[in-house]
Design a protein around this ligand. Structure first.
Ligand SMILES: Cc1ncc(COP(=O)(O)O)c(C=O)c1O
Length: 343
């Protein structure tokens, strides 16, 4: 059932994403992997605002507007797609932006490549912090917001990845879109697979899949974590869904047993690529002309490839891979040189 017809008590959103996004077959990748693979093109939710973050920002930026904000503050890793999407969304809506970004050495911040270049292009104020300081990111953003208020501004703070109950509405809606997409295909044991980085996409998809009746139709939802581990994300996703279902009366609850996380594919660590992950990105580009990113979708899809090599029926007969975007990460940091090495 479509999201609109579902009459869920959805909060207001500001239209930023080009949706519905297409669901397309990866024909030659499917042949190579021996299982039907489709891709939900959430990398086509926009250009500057491309990827999964835009679906969340539609709801978050509406709340920022409703609170009269003139400045949006958020945080992320140095090549954060969420930070870049937030900066662009703020510019689109006439607000200023400030991003708190994590790096090795704030005294010598990384070069302006990839998403950092776009943050700067769109006029964001960047506050660089160390990896140890990242543990205090929420306190730091609150302190930045206090400073801004003292200077007469009206800040709105968005947590890491836009991953809170409000932001997860973006993927509650996307799950309904996926239900509509799947209704056009023959029924077949299917797994919707997504890259999991802070849990908001997973929280929305798992809740939305229940609401849209996907779970009842035998469609699973599985996240491949690109950092941390399974326990971390089961806890993070049930926390966000708990906030979601207690703030809005949805008539469903999400238990830890509902959250499927495919662990074991973090590799060298968050935003660090192994040659085999880059080769998977290369293979998908060559076989089907689709670009994955090194930090999220490429790593997660490489996890899928690895799992299938062990068990071709691991995800049933059909995989719907949610392409959550991130393409600018191909042009950031050391990635261009590392990628060139596998061509
Ligand atoms: C391209 C891309 N894919 C996936 C994710 C993971 O989404 P989430 O943070 O909602 O788990 C992110 C951000 O973290 C992202 O930028």
């Amino acid at each position: 059932m479509s999201f609109v017809k579902s009459r869920l008590p959805a909060p207001r959103k500001v239209p930023l994403a080009r949706t519905p996004t297409p669901l397309e077959p990866l024909t030659r990748t499917s042949e190579a992997l021996g299982v039907e693979v489709w891709v939900k093109r959430d990398d086509q939710t926009g250009a500057e605002l491309m990827g999964n973050k835009v679906r969340k920002l539609e709801y978050l930026m509406a709340e920022a507007q409703d609170q009269g904000a003139d400045l949006v503050i958020t945080c992320g890793g140095e090549q954060s797609n969420h930070a870049r999407a937030t900066v662009m969304a703020a510019a689109r809506l006439g607000m200023a932006s400030q991003v708190v970004l994590r790096c090795d050495d704030p005294a010598s911040p990384p070069a302006a490549t990839g998403n950092i270049l776009l943050d700067r292009l769109a006029g964001a104020t960047i506050t660089w912090i160390t990896r140890p300081a990242w543990a205090q990111r929420n306190e730091l953003m609150a302190a930045e917001a206090d400073k801004a208020r003292a200077a007469g501004r009206r800040p709105y703070v968005i947590p890491e990845g836009g991953s809170n109950a409000l932001g997860s509405w973006g993927y509650v809606a996307a799950a309904h879109e996926l239900a509509d997409d799947l209704a056009t295909l023959p029924a077949r044991p299917t797994t919707i697979v997504y890259a999991c980085g802070s849990g908001g996409t997973g929280a929305g998809l798992v809740t939305g899949a229940k609401l849209a009746g996907l779970a009842a139709r035998g469609v699973r939802v599985a996240g491949v974590n690109v950092c941390d581990d399974r326990d971390y994300f089961v806890a993070a996703i049930t926390r966000i869904t708990g906030e979601l279902t207690s703030r809005w009366p949805l008539g469903v609850t999400v238990e830890p047993a509902d959250v499927e996380i495919v662990d074991g594919h973090v590799g060298l660590g968050y935003a660090k690529s192994r040659p085999e992950e880059l080769m998977t990105i290369r293979d998908v580009a060559r076989r089907d002309g689709v670009l994955l990113d090194p930090v999220y979708t490429g790593k997660a899809f490489h996890g899928v490839v690895t799992e299938l090599a062990r068990d071709r029926r691991r995800f049933g007969e059909r995989i719907v891979f949610v392409h959550t975007g991130g393409m600018f990460g191909l042009f950031g940091g050391t990635t261009p040189a590392e990628l060139a090495a596998v061509l």
